[in-house]
Design a protein around this ligand. Sequence first.
Ligand code: ADP
Ligand code: MG
Length: 377
Amino acid sequence: MTDVAAIFRDQYGQEPDGLWAAPGRVNLIGEHTDYNDGFVLPFALPERVVAAASRASSGWRVCSDLQDQPVAFSDAGSPGTVTGWAAYVAGIVWALAEAGHEVPPANFAITSDVPLGAGVSSSAALESAVLTALIDLGGLDIPVAERPALAQRAENRYVGAPTGIMDQSASIRCEAGRALFLDCRSQEVEQIPFDVAAEGLAVLVVNSNAPHQHVDGEYGARRKSCEEAARLLGVPALRDVSADDLDETLEKLDDDVMRRRVRHVVTEDQRVLDTVALLRSGRIREIGPLMTASHASMRDDFEITVAEVDVAVEAALMAGAYGARMTGGGFGGCILALIDADRADAVTTAVESAYERHGFTAPTPFVAVPSQGATRL
Ligand code: ADP
Ligand code: MG
């Protein structure tokens, strides 16, 4: 990655006060469960945003190696005041101020090797790096457990993207060699051992490179369907539907599509719990079938996959993956496959060949290593 301190010096003619980093993430299992008050299990990537920053006399200035133009604002104002990529930065300033904090004026230089819009949450990485830097620069007393909600508010309200709490929680709270078991209702977390390399395993991530289409509309429709189902079933959220008497519960719903949406969320929550139980006892390989079942549920019940991800998952399984599934909100994005570490090339080739046969744009594979969350470097 580029030397962010050098960029900072070029831009502002001084040394930064410090460097802060926050990673992208992938979700091991638990899709579309976050806004249903349920469970997710993401881990942080080594790919991260690094922010060089220092206190300034007034206002905020920010440049990024992924964007042409530096942006300056003297006041984050209200949502809509700063737009474009710098809204993620201004949104953090706004969310902190809204929560009653004295936000320090600051200059930022940003570098990143988190791919944008690839489903590994570059937006949360950017927000989390900026948030962590501002908290440290201002000496703000904000417990780590309260930080993801601040960053989420920046994204939901200031940027205007309706996302759950998972991405920011992962970017801020993950630890190396672990997956983050997050209860999206209480926001309690547990660090779950997930040292794949120590077991001779690897998580292969393949960006499907499928063109994202209808993502926002479909996301909104799924969310609405889940909320409507919870209302009809008389529960606060689908998290409160028990997996044990799911069949009985589903009989109370007339609409077949809604029944399948509910079945995905309820069984997916249970798969997260089952995955956590296996990982707690060190049985990493055995989570494979849960991953694959999760994919089938997203494909058949929640209907959020596309041909590219289905083909990639199928090819990975045929090439010997223990399990494979789409990760992220759907309609494209990445898949992940749990494989023997020495099979990464073979599985990659299998996915690439399948893509060629189908005439899809080539996928982008990489091996994901569970890494550290936001930190001062
Ligand atoms: P994802 O979070 O899946 O990568 P999003 O659309 O949510 O995709 O966020 C991507 C947007 O976040 C980019 O279009 C850009 O505005 C902003 N962004 C993320 N990382 C950076 C960065 N390093 N520098 C500038 N802008 C960034
Ligand atoms: Mg995002």
